[in-house]
Design a protein around this ligand. Structure first.
Ligand code: SAJ
Length: 420
């Protein structure tokens, strides 16, 4: 077994460190955030994922995993730090560069360096390789470099880390082989060997594919709204075709992956990436569209009050990064609406819902948490001044509201007066 150093104790780095330790390696989990390290040292987890806490307890008790604010000498280094977009939608590599720089004093001949962070094509070969060579070692000869992008769904990270097929993109075939050796110990899925440029582009295309398909669903919603058709019925029927699978329209695309990664392709090939740019545009405009619809539903009501259900970027997670829900709430507040927010996953908004809906005029469902399926809508809507629901996620069954006095809307039955 080897000594492993994982840099970045976030959504990907921490579960990876835990699984490496579980596989028997001696692992140091590194993060520059001292508060995060203190929390981990005292047995807490900065992220909430199924089974993570129990497995963390086991591997720290076994002595295989410890935490530090600085890297240490090791056989292999895994870098899993964020790569957000900058203000111009270009990839901000600052954290990756800082992480790689921090490794330089600890590198030895024969070391493996794996970049898991999502990066634009060419980053490992053109940016990370020269940085690593500041150590005096040559990549491909003394040091081994690979890009092995993570592929996990937030909310199901541990399961997907273990079971998904994994791309291993080495700078040389030997780099791939060495990297694959580490993943073999924790991944049950297939290891797909390639070069680092191809691995970088492949990762971006996975999330771009999904962003584009959600954009198609969202555009279908806009077209159906204009034509007075029920988009949900159209999609349901189209999906009965054996080779069609249109995704769900909704309030927009959030999170730190789909809403960000396509821009890294646009950055590299701006004139070619036309469809990809258009998909980003369509999805980015959804929050404004939904806000306008919500406003239209409230027209004619004096001093309307909205209760927004959910601020997270999707259901059953606590993550609010790039959340369309937040953007919609901002739009509505800027337009002068009184908006009260409820989200059981986010401490600041985990309030008494019945008190929040009291006297309100619109319940605006923005995140598809399973908890929202279990609410007592009969009791909640009775407390409202105007019992009106707008489910932007197609989460609730409209049939549950047909015999009540509740006015229920989703993207399939937006009323005529709101048509563009
Ligand atoms: N969404 C829709 N309609 C849909 C599906 C999703 O509006 O039909 C919205 C969600 O509500 C959310 C956003 O899209 O706001 C993204 O959600 P998601 O569940 O599709 O994806 P992420 O960002 O949580 O995770 C993705 C995954 N990529 C793919 O499914 C191709 C995951 O496998 C990646 O590892 C992850 O990005 C990542 O880290 O790159």
């Amino acid at each position: 077994m080897s000594e492993v150093c994982v840099v970045g104790m976030g959504y990907i780095g921490l579960p990876t460190a835990i699984l490496m330790a579980h596989a028997g390696h001696q692992v140091t989990g590194v993060d520059i955030d001292i508060k995060r390290i203190n929390k981990l040292d005292s047995g807490g987890t900065p992220i909430d994922e199924p089974h993570l806490h129990n497995l963390l307890k086991r591997v720290t008790a076994s002595g295989n995993l410890r935490f530090a604010t600085r890297p240490e000498q090791a056989d292999a280094f895994f870098v899993a730090v964020p790569t957000p977009c900058d203000d111009h939608h270009a990839c901000d590599l600052n954290d990756v560069i800082t992480a790689i720089d921090s490794l330089i004093p600890y590198l030895r001949s024969g070391n493996l360096i794996v970049v898991e962070s999502t990066v634009p094509p060419g980053t490992c070969a053109k940016k990370i390789k020269p940085l690593l060579e500041k150590s005096g070692f040559i990549v491909g000869r003394d040091l081994h470099l690979a890009h092995c992008p993570e592929r996990v769904l937030p909310g199901n990270i541990l399961y997907e880390l273990v079971n998904n097929n994994r791309i291993i993109g080495g700078f040389t075939p030997q780099c791939s082989e060495l990297a694959a050796g580490y993943y073999l110990g924790l991944v049950k899925g297939e290891l797909l060997i390639t070069d680092c440029d191809t691995a970088e582009m492949t990762k971006l295309m996975e999330n771009t594919y999904r962003d584009l398909n959600i954009a198609l669903a969202n555009e279908t919603a806009l077209i159906c709204h204009q034509l007075g058709l029920n988009v949900l019925e159209v999609i349901k029927l189209a999906n009965q075709h054996p080779r069609v699978n249109i995704l769900n329209p909704g309030p927009g695309v959030g999170g730190h992956c789909l809403a960000v990664d396509p821009y890294f392709i646009i950055e590299k090939a701006p004139s070619r990436a036309q469809l990809i740019s258009m998909a980003r545009k369509i999805n980015s405009e959804m929050p404004a569209y939904i806000s306008r619809l919500a406003g239209d539903l409230l027209s004619g009501i004096n001093d309307p009050r909205i209760v927004a259900l959910g601020v997270t970027y999707k259901g059953n997670v606590a993550d609010c990064r790039e959340s369309p829900a937040l953007e919609i709430i901002d739009h509505l507040q800027l337009a002068g609406y009184d908006v009260v927010v409820y989200d059981p996953y986010v401490e600041a908004f985990n309030r008494d819902l019945l008190a929040a809906v009291h006297g309100s005029d619109l319940m605006l469902l923005l995140s598809d948490h399973n908890d929202f399926l279990k609410l007592d809508y009969w009791e909640l809507t009775r407390a409202m001044r105007t019992p009106m629901i707008f489910d932007t996620r197609n989460l609730l069954d409209p049939a549950n509201f047909t015999s009540s006095s509740v006015v229920f809307y989703n993207l399939g039955n937006i009323p005529v007066h709101t048509r563009p």
